[in-house]
Design a protein around this ligand. Sequence first.
Ligand SMILES: NC(=O)c1ccc[n+]([C@@H]2O[C@H](COP(=O)([O-])OP(=O)(O)OC[C@H]3O[C@@H](n4cnc5c(N)ncnc54)[C@H](OP(=O)(O)O)[C@@H]3O)[C@@H](O)[C@H]2O)c1
Length: 298
Amino acid sequence: MRILLVGKGGQVGRELQAPLAALGDLVALDRTTADLERPDDLAAVVRRERPDVIVNAAAYTAVDKAESEPDRARLVNATAVAALARAAADRGATLVHYSTDYVFDGTKAGRYVETDDPCPLSVYGRTKLEGEAAAAASGCRHWIFRTTWVYAPHGQNFVRTMLRLGRERDELRVVDDQFGVPTSARLIAAITADCIGRLAAGAPPPAGIYHLAPHGETTWCRFARTILAAARERRAFLRCQPENVVGIATADYPLPARRPANSRLDTTKLETALNIRLPEWQDDVLPVVAALAAESSS
Ligand SMILES: NC(=O)c1ccc[n+]([C@@H]2O[C@H](COP(=O)([O-])OP(=O)(O)OC[C@H]3O[C@@H](n4cnc5c(N)ncnc54)[C@H](OP(=O)(O)O)[C@@H]3O)[C@@H](O)[C@H]2O)c1
């Protein structure tokens, strides 16, 4: 099986490389060889690499910057996805693509299921939703994993930011009225590889959109306390203790892009399709905090 990975250097892209390489011939590209801001070039990349599966881990993920760069965000998150999906359809290849809880407005009382009406609040959310629609319209076999609050031991993410700020400051003020589920890039990569492995074995899960996140829920503030508590247990140097993380309201931390207050995703569809049980989010995050804390232990 030939697998083409686009966006190999991102949080999810990096975690995908080892499990995908174990499944077949992996060609992993970054923006120097597959630039999603040049969608017209992507069909030639796909023709050259002749993949059976295209995994698109690239995206315009600068949620706030997207408010002032909507055309660039749309080019990467929607136009390029349409081009990859068309190229996949032309070859009879499968497309794996990732989307976001930000396609929802967060006003639902419970967890979002795949069939809930999207209503994005931001340019990023709107362009990601357009990307989903483009993949579906292309007619290629596709899996779209909508995920949320992604972190990894590398890249730009909340876990690394909290550990850095926890070393620098005595107190942290963190939003406590947005609810969601932190998701490791490693979990996303493992589920992706599982699905592609089943495809290779002739028993792929049905095409379509799946919500992908661990079980449980938290707020950014409680997530920050969990990260610092786990780091403290591992003797990482910290100026800010978990008790000194102060909850604030979203309104007290204004940002250019609006975020949904409820990002909780129901993952029953994915767990049923794969006959698996996803982990609790705390179990998912601990290995990452442990690895990062070891780098800064006193
Ligand atoms: N991060 C989250 O909290 C979150 C939440 C929900 C859903 N998601 C979705 O999950 C997927 C993976 O996200 P992530 O967290 O791994 O993102 P990430 O760490 O920000 O990585 C994004 C990757 O996309 C690449 N990229 C950006 N513009 C590109 C272009 N024009 N051409 C080629 N590559 C380009 C980046 O390359 P450079 O390094 O060269 O810029 C980077 O490697 C995305 O679809 C994202 O929308 C993420």
